[in-house]
Write a protein that binds this ligand. Structure first.
Ligand SMILES: O=C(O)CCC(=O)C(=O)O
Ligand SMILES: [Fe+2]
Length: 790
């Protein structure tokens, strides 16, 4: 078996394993010198006392006849076979993650590292399997046990277990740090702002910062002084971290000697380096009409008064300061909870560290944090889309002058601005009285309980108890990557959960080019700004055929629409100006159809319908339509752009402008759908709700018009041809002994835009004509099987 340093495959070894900010070469050098000195002294002592410890007699060991193959088979039989001895709950408890995630990690490590491949040794004997090696490492992290604790079970010696551990940590850091311990991207910043505004009522909040100490049992004697502080039993090392409400750890700076306080740590840490170098993503925000340049972290009293920290008032007396302090102090618990989660998952960082070197401690700590975030994402507690190809601040090289840098530093360390931010936030009218949100404060309970609850509730067929707080964003890239089965499975699970829970989700990496989306919005703005006279050229014709009048119209509420059917439709009335507008819209339309078809096939599989059932059933694309919409700004008395409604089609895809405005109704609250560049909003609509007998929901949503700004959106309605009858599929009714919850066709719902015109009666009559035929097929289950080949 090869050693850790030589085992990495060439692709893996070419890039640095460490994030530059976390590299600590100087310290390593010191450490090496230190160890070399110890070794030299030991050698000298041996020479002087004539110790025989180095003689061959003592180093030769009687080989133990361990049976690796039997151990591998037992491991597979216990956890990884089709019918394992231990169920999913046991697996999750002992491996700290779901089987699917563990298998993905094993697969990735095996692909990237020679060490994890299943090879033969020099004698031709088969070595340990990748599953054994990763299991050994995970057990050491999870239980904090000694390397030889699993010898009997895995038949693995202490030395090999250590090797597994080291290689596992290296692998995790190398493969996943870029994504799972990244600095927030521009997208993340907006999501964090929205999350914290919603959960804590604190605009501009990026997270909470704090330090955690990790006892170091085997700290070399020479270092004990600098690592030992009076309020701790023995030497410790410090982790400085930032976490958001959902427990995701956004920043981790580890390795400072325990004797120092948080101020020293923050001064050494690279947390604000990107801000100083002027390459951090824009995190400006406004509160009470005032604009601030940098988002902030909640911190406790010891932190310096910088713009980027917001602390509680020390002795608040005025009601608004009391209210703010209460809110700040309880919101700051986010980071304490994250530390608690980290320690309860990875006992290795809960118990005193036994490693001798700082490098090993660092590897361990960063591995635990990366795994923590991976598990968090895998289980749906945090949802921050990321694409490996995205440029992060680490990829950006800057060349700024000393003066510019000094100016940036001064901006961050500006006490006056810090006080203003705090005052501004404290003075917000919504801050009084303090009203905790549902679920707030029991987050940790929810965190722990959610998976079990979700498992139970899916058995009951009812809704999950946990109330997550934002519309999830789902990365569709696995559907554009050949062979990413794991990714696809995860996407499907997320879509299934979001469709059942909210009826809404957002998608990224959906295949619609971002530039095309931007261009469509820009041209649409230009078009709607034309004079009424110019726009009148494309006025809707009221005698238009189904499903909807095409062309330009202005509603009584002053909303303006430009509606089109599929590009080849003769009914389309599209403007010739601005140039390229028509072609851009036609392009968008085609892309939206493709995206909707991918989503439809995913939903088909999520619902467990026969392969291609929805594709065959909904095989007529002549009713699909797209609307470019302009909403005028809110007035003093009216800010509703589109009243609460459900869509009566199959799937709706919305591209909304960066100001947002779309809101989803859930449990008495309107949840804003936060826009982010490149993101599309998706909702499953009435047809899916009826077919699935409300397993997936067509949820009420509305558009709120912003004050002082016009809002534009582009909405694509993926339709069911109007003559098709829709009713709950037998799979969701008689086959499981449930009654149909909806008996009518969604096409008779008055909620939908197209219902405004006079075609309802005609459409209904046609629907009835086909009703008996299709209903007959559905009842017989004929329609539940694909009959036509594409
Ligand atoms: O404009 C939007 O963002 C959404 C509009 C909408 O929900 C609809 O037209 O059905
Ligand atoms: Fe809608």
């Amino acid at each position: 078996m090869s050693s850790s340093s030589s085992s990495r495959s060439s692709s893996a070894s070419s890039s640095s394993i460490y994030h530059p900010d976390y590299d600590d070469d100087a310290n390593d050098l010191l450490e090496l010198n230190h160890l070399a000195a110890i070794a030299a002294v030991n050698e000298a002592v041996k020479l002087i006392v004539g110790d025989e410890a180095t003689s061959s007699r003592q180093t030769r060991r009687t080989p133990k006849s361990r049976n690796r193959i039997v151990a591998h088979e037992k491991l597979v039989n216990d956890y990884f076979s089709d019918n394992p001895v231990y169920d999913d709950n046991d697996f999750e408890r002992r491996f700290r993650m779901k089987r699917r995630l563990f298998l993905k990690i094993v697969e990735d490590l095996e692909r990237e590292y020679e060490f994890f491949r299943w090879t033969h040794d020099a004698r031709g004997v088969k070595g340990f399997s990748p599953l054994q090696k990763c299991t050994s490492a995970i057990r050491q992290l999870a239980y904090g046990t000694a390397a030889d604790a699993t010898d009997e079970y895995l038949q693995m010696s202490e030395t090999t277990s250590r090797e597994c551990f080291t290689n596992f940590c290296e692998g995790i850091i190398h493969l996943y740090m870029r994504r799972y311990l990244r600095k927030p991207t521009a997208n993340d910043v907006q999501l964090l702002f929205a999350l914290h505004e919603q959960q804590h009522g604190l605009p501009g909040m990026l997270g909470s910062i704090h330090c955690m100490h990790w006892d170091w049992k085997n700290c070399p004697v020479a270092w004990r002084g600098q690592y030992h502080r009076g309020d701790h039993q023995g030497p410790t090392t410090v982790l400085e971290a930032v976490a958001s409400y959902d427990g995701w750890i956004w920043h981790a700076y580890y390795g400072t000697p325990g004797a120092v306080n948080d101020i020293v740590v923050v001064n050494q840490s690279p947390i604000f380096n990107d801000l100083f170098e002027g390459k951090a993503p824009d995190s400006s925000f406004s509160v009470n009409g005032r604009q601030y340049k940098h988002g902030y972290y909640l911190a406790d009293g010891i932190y310096p008064k910088w713009t980027t920290f917001v602390k509680a008032y020390r002795y608040p007396t005025e009601p608004e300061r009391i209210a703010f302090t209460e809110r700040q102090e309880s919101a700051r618990k986010d980071i304490e909870r994250a530390f608690a989660m980290l320690k309860s998952k990875w006992h290795i960082v809960k118990y005193p560290a036994r490693a001798w070197t700082k490098k090993k401690l660092r590897y361990t700590m960063y591995t635990c944090i990366i795994l923590h975030n991976m598990i968090h994402e895998d289980e749906g507690f945090a949802n921050y889309p990321f694409d490996e190809s995205w440029v992060t601040t680490d990829d950006i090289e800057v060349d700024i002058s000393e003066e510019e840098r000094a100016q940036n530093v001064n901006e961050v360390k500006n006490i006056k601005v810090q006080n203003n931010v705090r005052r501004g936030v404290a003075a917000r009218p919504s801050l009084k009285p303090w009203k905790p949100r549902r679920g707030y404060g029991v987050f940790q309970g929810v965190y722990k309980r959610k998976t079990r609850e979700a498992a139970k509730s899916s058995k009951r067929g009812s809704k999950s108890m946990a109330t997550p707080m934002t519309i999830p964003t789902i990365d569709l890239s696995p559907f554009f990557t050949l062979g990413d089965e794991y990714g696809r499975k995860k996407v499907m699970e997320s879509i299934a959960e979001a469709s059942a829970e909210y009826g809404f989700f957002q998608i990224v990496n959906h295949g619609v080019p971002i530039d095309l989306m931007k261009q469509a919005m820009e041209l649409s703005k230009t078009y709607f700004n034309y004079s009424d006279e110019m726009k009148r050229d494309c006025n809707v014709k009221l005698d238009a055929p189904l499903p909807v009048p095409t062309g330009y119209s202005r509603a009584p509420d002053d909303n303006e629409y430009l509606v089109m059917l599929a590009p080849q439709s003769p009914a389309n009335i599209l403007p010739n100006n601005p140039p390229h507008f028509k072609e851009t819209l036609e392009h968008m339309f085609k892309y939206f159809v493709k995206t909707a078809q991918i989503l439809e096939s995913i939903i088909n599989e999520c619902l467990g319908l026969p392969p291609d059932f929805l594709k065959e059933y909904n095989n007529d694309r002549s009713w699909d339509f797209m609307a470019m919409i302009k909403y005028p700004p809110a007035t003093d008395t009216e800010n509703i752009g589109n009243n609460g409604h459900e869509d009566n089609n199959v799937i709706t895809i919305v591209l909304q402008e960066d100001i947002g405005g779309l809101e989803v109704y859930k449990n008495g609250d309107w949840i804003p759908v936060i826009p982010a560049e490149g993101t599309l909003v998706v909702n499953v609509s009435d047809v899916i709700q009826v077919l699935s007998n409300k397993k997936y929901q067509s949820v009420t949503h509305r558009v709120v018009r912003p004050k002082g700004r016009t809002r534009h959106s582009c909405v694509f309605f993926y339709m069911l041809q109007g003559e098709k009858w829709v009713e709950p599929l037998p799979k969701f009714t008689q086959e499981i002994g449930e009654k149909a919850k909806i008996s009518h066709s969604p096409h008779s719902s008055p909620a939908f835009m197209v219902r405004k015109h006079s075609e309802i009666a005609r459409g209904k009559a046609r629907m009835l004509k086909f009703y008996f035929k299709l209903r007959f097929q559905i009842v017989l289950g004929v329609a539940a099987r694909p009959r036509l080949k594409p």
